[in-house]
Design a protein around this ligand. Sequence first.
Ligand code: HEM
Ligand code: HEM
Length: 160
Amino acid sequence: MAPSDVLPEALAYNLNFLHPLLMLGLLGLSSYGMLLGIKAKKTRTADVETRKQLIKGKFAKRHFQIGSLILAITVLGTFGGMAVTYINNGKLFVSPHLLVGIAMTCMIALAVSLIPLMQHGNLIARKVHVGLNMGMMTLFLWQAFTGLQILNKIWDNRPA
Ligand code: HEM
Ligand code: HEM
């Protein structure tokens, strides 16, 4: 028995809109998080006078807090999208959107696992954190594009 046999059809169908809305919000939040990360680096590497000014922005602390939220929403949003696809179709489609989504979740998890090293001043860990997350942000744009294509298909096949 497929999970869609248990839920009313309209409810199962409407669940389809939860993930795209959440992920569009996450795109905004991640862009903000990226900005805070860049400012945290500016603060860390600034000369003494500029640093005195920049430090008031508490960019590193804010980046860490918003970052934790981004991590949680990415994990829940990814598995939520898979759950909704399974509820409606009784299977997952091995599509670029699925594979890139899983890759992004792995990348952000790895990037965050480097934080203890970064806090001990490890420069390589910092570079890898930034590289993985900037890569993740680039993939996000592709993901928004393929996501909207999927949404288009779901809308075309809406129940009468
Ligand atoms: C930014 C705009 C995005 C849009 C408009 C979008 C749209 C969609 C839609 C319509 C589905 C079909 C299932 C459902 O309706 O819940 C889906 C599935 C999925 N999405 Fe997204 N998505 C976006 C971003 C993301 C991101 C950032 C990730 C991961 C980091 C992701 C991962 C997935 C996964 C793993 C699935 C299940 C596999 C599949 O159905 O192909 N999506 N997405
Ligand atoms: C949205 C994607 C992200 C981008 C583009 C990004 C980028 C950056 C950048 C540019 C830095 C500064 C590196 C340096 O000082 O050389 C940084 C530091 C840091 N990031 Fe991220 N990051 C992202 C996500 C996250 C997430 C999800 C977390 C945690 C949950 C996180 C936690 C940290 C921490 C703790 C630091 C060290 C701050 C300090 O100097 O004390 N970041 N990040």
